[in-house]
Design a protein around this ligand. Structure first.
Ligand code: ZN
Length: 375
C-alpha cells in the first residue's frame, strides 16, 4: 500500500525515522489491530494507533460511556455520556484521523464469536477488565496464531506482556487459571486515572514495533509498573510445556466460555484425617507432601506444622504458582473450611491431587498433638 500525498504529510515525523520510513508506514497502513475493551487501556492505545496511521482499528466494547469512566478513558468526552463506547470511540478516532478505517464491535466477546471477530485482524490488544475475557482472547490468539499485547491495571500498579506466536509464553503460561471474580476490578478497587495511560501507551508502542518489525518485543518478559515508586521491573517468563493452550499437549483446542468458580467440595480433592496426615509426615526420608497453611499470618504464627508454608487464602490466587503442580499438596486451616476452598482453587489452577486436612489444626491438636497451640 503506497502512501498518498496527504498521508505523507501527516506521517512526516515517522517518515523521518530511518527505522520506520515509508516502508514501515506502509506496513502500518496495511495493519489491522483489534482493541478489546475501549476503556482505560484501550483509550490511549486506540488514540495513538489511530494517530500513527494504523490502517484498520477494531474496537470491541458493549458498554456505554458513564461519567465515572471519564477520569481515565480519554477516548471519550463529556458529550459522549450514555453513548455506546464502541460507536463513540469510532467517531472520535475517525475525527482524529480520517485516513484510517475504524470498525465498532458493540458486542461481548464470547466463545461463540471470538474467532470470527479476531479472524479479520492481524494482532490484538487486550485492555479488558474481565479476567474471563482475558483468557478467552488469549486462547483465541494462540489458536489463531495472532500476537497479543496484554495489560492489566490495579490501583497504582500495572503489568504488561506481549505474546508472539512461537516466541514465548502466553498469558495462560503466566497465570494458569484463576476463578473469575477473584481479582477485583476497577469499580471495586479503584485505579489512578493516569495509570492506564502509561500501560495503554506501552501497548500501542508494542503494536507499532510488531507491525513495523523494529526493536525487540516484550515476549518472554513480564513488565510491571509501580506508579507510587515510579519503578518498572521485568521478569523473565518461559513458555510452560504443560500450558493448557500453548503447551506441548494442549487441552484447550477451542475457545470456551468460563465456568462458574468452584464453591462446593469437588471430586479430585483428597481428604486426610489428622492421623492419616501424621502417618505421611512421620517416616524418615519419606517423600512428605508440601504443607500449605492458608490461615492468616497471625494464626500461623501462633502455631503451625513443621515445614508448613503460609499462604493466606486471600493471597492464594496470586501465589498459586508457588505450589508445585505435581506435588499433591496438603492444605491446612483452623477447622477445614478455608483449606477446602483452597483445594478447589488449586484444582482449578491445575494443581494435581490437592488434599484437605479434615477438621484443620483444631482436629490435629485433638487427635495428634495436644501441645499444638491453635488461635
Ligand atoms: Zn501458554
Amino acid at each position: 500500500m503506497t502512501l498518498s500525498a496527504s498521508e505523507r504529510a501527516r506521517y512526516q515525523r515517522h517518515l523521518s525515522l530511518a527505522e520506520i520510513g515509508a516502508a514501515g508506514q506502509e506496513k502500518l497502513k496495511s495493519a489491522r489491530v483489534l482493541i478489546v475493551g475501549a476503556g482505560g487501556l484501550g483509550s490511549p492505545a486506540a488514540l495513538y494507533l489511530a494517530a500513527a496511521g494504523c490502517g484498520t482499528l477494531g474496537l470491541v466494547d458493549f458498554d456505554r460511556v458513564e461519567v465515572s469512566n471519564l477520569q481515565r478513558q480519554v477516548l471519550f468526552d463529556t458529550g459522549a455520556l450514555g453513548q455506546p463506547k464502541a460507536e463513540a470511540g469510532r467517531a472520535r478516532l475517525a475525527a482524529l484521523n480520517p485516513e484510517i478505517r475504524v470498525v465498532a464491535h458493540a458486542l461481548e466477546l464470547r466463545a461463540a464469536n471470538v474467532r470470527a471477530v479476531l479472524a479479520d485482524y492481524d494482532l490484538a490488544i487486550d485492555g479488558s477488565d474481565r479476567l474471563s475475557t482475558r483468557y478467552l482472547v488469549n486462547d483465541a490468539c494462540v489458536l489463531l496464531g495472532r500476537p497479543l499485547i496484554s495489560a492489566a491495571i490495579h490501583r497504582f500498579e500495572g503489568q504488561l506482556m506481549t505474546y508472539v506466536p512461537g516466541r514465548g509464553p502466553c498469558y495462560r503460561c503466566l497465570f494458569p487459571q484463576a476463578a473469575d471474580g477473584v481479582v477485583a476490578n476497577c469499580a471495586e478497587a479503584g485505579v489512578l486515572g493516569v495509570l492506564p495511560g502509561v500501560l495503554g501507551t506501552l501497548q500501542a508502542t508494542e503494536a507499532i514495533k510488531l507491525i513495523t518489525g523494529v526493536g525487540t518485543p516484550l515476549a518472554g518478559r513480564l513488565l510491571t509498573y509501580d506508579a507510587l515508586e515510579l519503578r518498572f521491573q521485568e521478569f523473565r517468563v518461559e513458555r510452560r510445556r504443560d500450558c493448557a493452550v500453548c503447551g506441548d499437549a494442549p487441552t484447550i483446542t477451542a475457545p470456551c466460555d468460563p465456568q462458574a468458580p468452584p464453591r462446593a467440595p469437588q471430586d479430585g480433592v483428597r481428604r486426610l484425617t489428622p492421623r492419616a496426615l501424621h502417618a505421611l509426615l512421620v517416616p524418615p526420608g519419606g517423600a512428605a507432601p508440601p504443607l500449605v497453611d492458608v490461615r492468616e499470618r497471625w494464626e500461623y504464627d501462633t502455631g503451625h506444622l513443621r515445614n508448613a508454608v503460609n499462604i493466606p487464602l486471600g493471597e492464594l490466587p496470586q501465589r498459586i504458582a508457588e505450589i508445585p503442580r505435581v506435588s499433591a499438596p496438603v492444605f491446612i486451616c483452623r477447622s477445614g473450611g478455608r483449606s477446602m476452598h483452597a483445594c478447589t482453587l488449586a484444582l482449578a489452577a491445575g494443581v494435581a491431587s490437592p488434599a484437605n486436612l479434615e477438621g484443620g489444626m483444631l482436629a490435629w491438636a485433638a487427635d495428634v498433638d495436644p501441645a499444638m497451640p491453635v488461635a
